[in-house]
Ligand binder design. Structure first.
Ligand code: ADP
Ligand code: MG
Length: 612
């Protein structure tokens, strides 16, 4: 038998090696931006077409390359940044592997124009799938322009696996942020399909963070500064009250390189101990400076995970300095401990004055006037009495009910469980609120205790998931569109979900750059809560990559959670009645979408047994 081992042809070896470095358009963006920074550029322009699938172009005003270097740069393991293996332990550049350009050129059509300051003519070089197709002198400005076209043109399987333009653009935007955030002294711009997404002038770090994260972020930042022998820390953490459930706004930089570090992440989070809402994750933009030889950035091919000497001490220093910064900030007049003791939702706790309980009296009510409806809806507690046909204000709040009763087969449960859900007839039923959390009423069989927030969540969930699955949106038009500012990448995320959000009743006028303009909202959503609800969608794990029906359910779950009446809200008798009626029209009144118990029914027998 003949021998079977062969050396792979160069172009195949190159494509395989390229797979390590270039996974998606965002990887190309990262490598090109980093090269521009290593070349000492003070101005860097990124231009992208079709989320990088058609074109990725980076123009810098850095030191440029000679004609020979331009050609050499595309050889594998060709780098100007290290000469010996020891240099690896003393890195001051982003790149060092000498693989990026070779990899990119193996899987795309690449064009480079470059000139050094000292040369009068520059070089134009074209490479397609690792083959140089032309090299000639050219007139060009100092610096380098690299255009990468038709990424993965020669690996169709890879190209097919790229995600939607919106997802790929979001990945690119993430990379752009990481690089731009770390270099506020460099001017950056980023255009997509000829629209300008970011124009970042030279600025302070704080301004850079604000320019990237949106104008509202300035007031949310608390500075962190700490110098020790082992490490210097500078940057910002977000104030605790702005912490969100998403993991999007956490940035660590080590020696100006973006890294991920779950242990240090934990250090920051633990410094916020006791200050955060349930499960919220603080945002941070922290720059760690350590001696180059105390960090090994070489353990991961895409270089976002790194190892430090003495991580335990660094953990303690990071935690202490964030705590210190938060402490100083709180001394300046804000007491973080305010909300801790009470089980009151954040929104309610933040209201400076407690609302007085109110008793609503319908002045128009005339007990002697015949009204068929009063039999149905009078709750007759104390002095309160309403006539249904008058369409009191609360009805608009629950106007989605008509929708839901039409959609949901009410009879099922009542038939299944007639004892439990039949309210006692011909008798006035007491209904009241306990601790602004439970609705207490009676059933034929005994006492009913309903958790108001969970009940409303279930009601909304069934309405919304029906709408979404039938793609039959019910929405209320706002008198004036609500205009909100979000970070650009958040707007991209919402854009990915646009169809689904519209299915739930949102109508968007604008979803572009960092502007979200909403013209219509789901029936039960108050226009003041639009931001909170959209933020909760962004924070949730709802993404467009899931299959559609799965996504609809997730979105319905998320929206119903954030739109529901919360614990702490004061309810009128009518609101309580409506909740109970709607709840028992639901197909699964017992549990919330995430399987929490909604009500307890204490039968007279179980009450009796307690008195024995
Ligand atoms: P690395 O960055 O790891 O050295 P690359 O393949 O990214 O490897 O780049 C190879 C070399 O090409 C770099 O070491 C640098 O000398 C040169 N180079 C790449 N991009 C630029 C640029 N924008 N300006 C000047 N020189 C560059
Ligand atoms: Mg490089």
């Amino acid at each position: 038998m003949s021998d079977i081992i062969k050396l792979l042809p160069d172009h195949v070896a190159n494509q395989i090696a390229a797979g390590e470095v270039v996974q998606r358009p965002a990887s190309v963006v990262k490598e090109l931006l980093e090269n521009a920074i290593d070349a000492g550029a003070t101005s860097i322009k990124l231009m992208v077409k079709d989320a990088g699938k058609t074109l990725i172009q980076v123009i810098d005003n850095g030191k440029g390359m000679s004609m020979t270097d331009a050609r050499m740069a595309f050889e594998r393991h060709a780098t100007s940044k290290i000469t010996t293996a020891e240099d690896l332990f003393n890195l001051n550049t982003k790149g060092f592997r000498g693989e990026a350009l070779a990899s990119i050129a193996a899987v795309a059509h690449v064009e480079v124009k470059t000139k050094r300051d000292s040369d009068s003519l520059g070089t134009l070089l074209k490479i397609e799938g690792s083959k140089v197709t032309s090299q000639e002198p050219t007139v060009t400005a100092k610096g380098t322009m690299i255009s990468v076209r038709n990424l993965f043109f020669n690996i169709p399987a890879r190209r097919k696996f790229l995600k939607s333009d919106q997802v790929e653009l979001r990945n690119i935007t993430d990379e752009f942020h990481r690089v731009a955030m770390a270099h506020p002294s460099i001017q950056f711009s980023f255009d997509h399909n000829d629209n300008s997404l970011f124009q970042l002038p030279t600025s302070t770090l704080r301004q850079r963070v604000v320019n990237i994260m949106g104008p509202k972020s300035n007031e949310k930042l608390v500075p962190v500064e700490e110098e020790t022998e082992l490490i210097n820390i500078s940057g910002f953490v977000g104030k605790p009250e702005f912490a969100r459930k998403s993991r999007g706004l956490q940035f660590f930089f080590v020696n100006d390189r973006f890294i991920k570090h779950s242990y240090f992440h934990h250090a920051v989070v633990s410094a916020f101990e006791g200050l955060l809402k349930d499960k919220a994750i603080p945002s941070y933009f922290l720059f760690l400076t350590v001696p180059a030889d105390s960090v090994d950035i070489n353990i991961h091919p895409t270089k976002t995970e790194v190892k430090f000497d003495d991580e335990h001490s660094l953990y303690a220093i990071i935690r202490a300095s964030v705590k210190h910064a938060l402490g100083q900030f709180s001394v300046q007049g804000i007491d973080f401990n305010l909300e801790q003791q009470y089980e009151v939702p954040y929104e309610v706790a933040r209201q400076s004055q407690a609302e007085k309980p109110r008793i609503e009296v319908n002045l128009d009510f005339n007990p002697f006037k015949d009204s068929g409806a009063s039999k149905v809806s009078n709750s007759n507690v104390g002095f309160t009495s309403f006539k249904k046909e008058k369409a009191p204000v609360w009805e608009s709040l629950y106007s989605g009910m008509n929708q839901s009763t039409e959609l949901i087969d009410e009879t099922i449960h009542q038939e299944e469980n007639p004892q439990l859900f039949q309210r006692e007839e011909h008798q006035q039923k007491p209904i009241f609120q306990l601790q602004r959390k439970y609705i207490v009423s009676t059933l034929k069989s005994g006492l009913l205790l309903v958790n108001q927030q969970r009940a409303h969540e279930r009601i909304l969930f069934e309405q919304l998931s029906k709408q979404l699955s039938k793609n039959h949106a019910v929405s209320q038009q706002l008198l004036f569109p609500v205009k909100l500012n979000f970070a650009v990448q958040e707007v991209l995320q919402l854009k990915e979900l646009e169809n689904h959000l519209e299915g739930a009743g949102f109508v968007f006028k604008t979803l572009k750059d960092n502007v979200v303009e909403v013209e219509g909202v789901p029936l039960e959503l108050n226009e003041n809560d639009v931001r909170t609800v959209l933020e909760s969608v962004l924070d949730s794990k709802v993404t467009s990559e899931k299959d559609t029906s799965q996504l609809s359910l997730q979105l319905a779950g998320q929206l119903s959670k954030s739109m529901s009446i919360k614990t702490g809200a004061i309810l009128s008798v009518q609101e309580m009645e409506t909740i109970i009626n709607q709840l028992f029209s639901c197909s699964e009144p017992q549990l919330t979408p995430d399987h929490k118990k909604i009500f307890i029914n204490m039968t007279s027998e179980s009450l009796d047994s307690k008195f024995q």
